[in-house]
Ligand binder design. Sequence first.
Ligand SMILES: Nc1ncnc2c1ncn2[C@@H]1O[C@H](COP(=O)(O)OP(=O)(O)OP(=O)(O)O)[C@@H](O)[C@H]1O
Length: 469
Amino acid sequence: MNDTTMNLNDMNDTHDTDTTNTTTAPQDGATPTEKTRDIMTTTNRTVQQTAGITADNQTDNRTSAGIHTSAGSTATAHDAGNGADPTTIISAQHIDKHFTSDTGTALSVLHDLSFDLHEDEIVAILGRSGAGKSTFLRILAGLVPPSAGTVAYRGTPLSGPNPGVALVFQTFALMPWLTVQDNVELGLAARGVPRGQRTPVALAAIDSIGLDGFESAYPKELSGGMRQRVGIARALVLRPDALFMDEPFSALDVLTAENLRQEVLKLWKEKNRGIKSILIVTHNIEEAVQMADRVVVLGPHPGHLIAQMPVNLPRPRDKHSAAFGDMVDTLYAILTGKSNTEQETAGPAGVAAGTAEGTAATATTATTATSASTSPATSTSTSAAAETRFADTKAGAAQSGAKGSGASGSEATSSAHAGTAGTGTTDAAAAHAGCCGPDETVCRGHGVPCGVADPGLRPHWTMKPSSMG
Ligand SMILES: Nc1ncnc2c1ncn2[C@@H]1O[C@H](COP(=O)(O)OP(=O)(O)OP(=O)(O)O)[C@@H](O)[C@H]1O
């Protein structure tokens, strides 16, 4: 510990680093009164019924619920969270958000968005670039006040930073002048934890995230992946009820991102994990399906709830399974407006039921898959939607809706094989061998046994090396 850390609270006040959830003040001047209005009276039973999920029977209902969508503006993602459910960590009700430009023009960013986060779940907020995902996350974190609506943490309306949240940022937000250890201790120091107590906690977190031996290193000495590990460790030491991750892997190369996702999921599996929920913002469909127990889809202009989908696939998830692919296809269709799920109450039920067998759902059939609930997988999804379903929706699906091309369409996964295997061939075994380390029995990028040809290997995972960056 160096002297710099003696004044950590001062640093937090001085530098806008977004390093903890305890120091950032509301930015647009909304009053606590505005923020707390009607918090206990906004329960909307109709909406709960529409969603098909109740607090009392959460898991079972999720399993059978399939995809829920909202054609209207009053839908809520999950139950309405009136405080009756002790597993509700955060409840946001009827959130509106607008920003006003220098010229006085109002930009409506979020409209009537309701959402509950519960214990023991990972939720992904998925949407196109500009849909308002990060803004919504920040509102839930209490970093930005809503223009209308309410946010409560454990039933208590927020009037500032959410005390149950710790944040991980896309850009890591590390203090460059602090060592790894000091960065990790930052949030604890800001909370007034004495140095003698925070050091062992920080060291344990550093160890758990795979940075043992780098305690004294400075951020500039670390790779991007290592920096994000520091960012994650810094959040973990706070043992937050909710770990918020705002596109945490999108600044990393494909393999590093995949490794870190696996690390986070490994931590999540631990009994004494210290965090009760994870909320991850992403525009990567595959990442959402890989990580989340529930995917909440936001539509743009202004950001609003268009669908939510439970992900009941067994963990660790097999990206090659038909069920996984069907979920990705379905979400792609929803994101690109090719789905008419607004009229449906269930999507590909094989997926919703969490079976290994998917349905024959494709981008065009997913929305009418209610009658295919027991169908085995019969499709390898060769539609344009399927071709691009692993694309970063910001670069690929979100902008064009066309077949993935170049870096956008292929970056998300195809380069995982090619970048390491260096083959770019259609030889599945060779491709997997490339991402299997000497001590690994499973290809970490794709969840298949090393050295085993994967019959489900999709064509776009073997694109030409030149298109893989
Ligand atoms: N502080 C701000 N002042 C003005 N406009 C803002 C502010 N923050 C966000 N916006 C606008 O709100 C909209 C939503 O931004 P936001 O970052 O929440 O979207 P997003 O879905 O997270 O996008 P991305 O995936 O590209 O990060 C954008 O049009 C953005 O320009």
